[in-house]
Write a new protein. Structure first.
Length: 271
């Protein structure tokens, strides 16, 4: 049976490889043909950017129902990048790494993934998440598993998570699962409320500090004003913006952060 495929013209400022491999998401792999293969919800997708088009292993309906939102496909990033160019550092970062968009991932998966990311490197993060999905998710197709829901994890014990080899993070995963599943941390409230409410909700979870909360709000809830700060971003802010972040990023702080983070992570220097 021939695999279903759908092609769509790409908007300006779109780079699939950068988007899926710049530290936002951890369940995508690059295939030999240059395509990116990953899992969104309960579906495995293969995506290839070629000749100004995005080629998807799905129907138009699936693209519109899942990927359009996930890839933030309809936002005018060219306009954002033009606004950012008022700042000399962002002008360089957006020119060097043009095409990064903020993915809109599932909130629970995002929260759990960034709890796992604490004091961790990307290969290790991906390994823990893969073992989590293999152990407690549902098999979608051979070798591919969904991300386990909070309800599936909430009654597990620390020893049940030993297979993950996640260290101190295991207790935080379980606390997050319990509070999300029981509604103590209310995702609907976070979605519909100002960002300050989301921050207050998320830090109820053990092990969730400012960085994990900001990552969850940015990548899981689409709160583009969220501004995650890891060691790289803190260094950027202290060195380049000692008097505060530029006014041109206001409301889209998280988009600017992603460009600056990726620039510095790739060994670039702002002159």
């Amino acid at each position: 049976m021939k695999e279903e495929k759908f092609e769509i013209d790409l908007p300006e400022v779109f780079n699939l490889g950068l988007m899926l491999d710049c530290g936002q998401a951890f369940r995508w792999k690059k295939e030999a043909d240059g395509s990116m293969r990953g899992i969104v919800g309960d579906r495995v997708f293969s995506l290839l950017q070629k000749d100004g088009k995005l080629i998807c292993s799905c129907s138009r309906e699936e693209f519109n129902g899942v990927l359009r939102r996930y890839l933030d496909f309809d936002r005018d990033y060219k306009a954002l990048v033009n606004i950012f160019s008022a700042d000399k550092y962002l002008k360089k970062a957006t020119r060097e790494f043009s095409g990064i968009r903020i993915l809109r991932q599932q909130p629970w998966e995002t929260l759990c993934s960034f709890i796992i990311s604490q004091n961790n490197n990307i290969p290790s993060i991906k390994g823990i998440i893969e073992r989590l999905c293999q152990s407690f998710g549902e098999e979608i197709e051979e070798g591919c598993f969904s991300f386990p829901e909070a309800e599936r994890l909430k009654n597990l014990k620390i020893e049940d998570l030993a297979v993950l080899r996640s260290g101190f993070r295991a207790k935080y995963i379980l606390d997050a699962a319990e509070k999300v599943a029981d509604g103590e941390v209310d995702f609907d409230k976070i979605e519909s409320s100002p960002i300050e409410t989301g921050r207050e909700e998320l830090i109820k979870i053990k092990g969730v500090g400012k960085k994990v909360a900001e990552c969850t709000l940015l990548y899981g809830f689409g709160k583009l004003e969220a501004f995650p700060e890891d060691v790289w971003v803190k260094r950027i802010v202290s060195e380049m913006y000692p008097d505060g972040l530029p006014e041109c990023i206001k409301g889209y702080d998280g988009v600017a952060q992603q460009y600056l983070f990726h620039w510095r992570r790739n060994g670039k220097e702002f002159g």
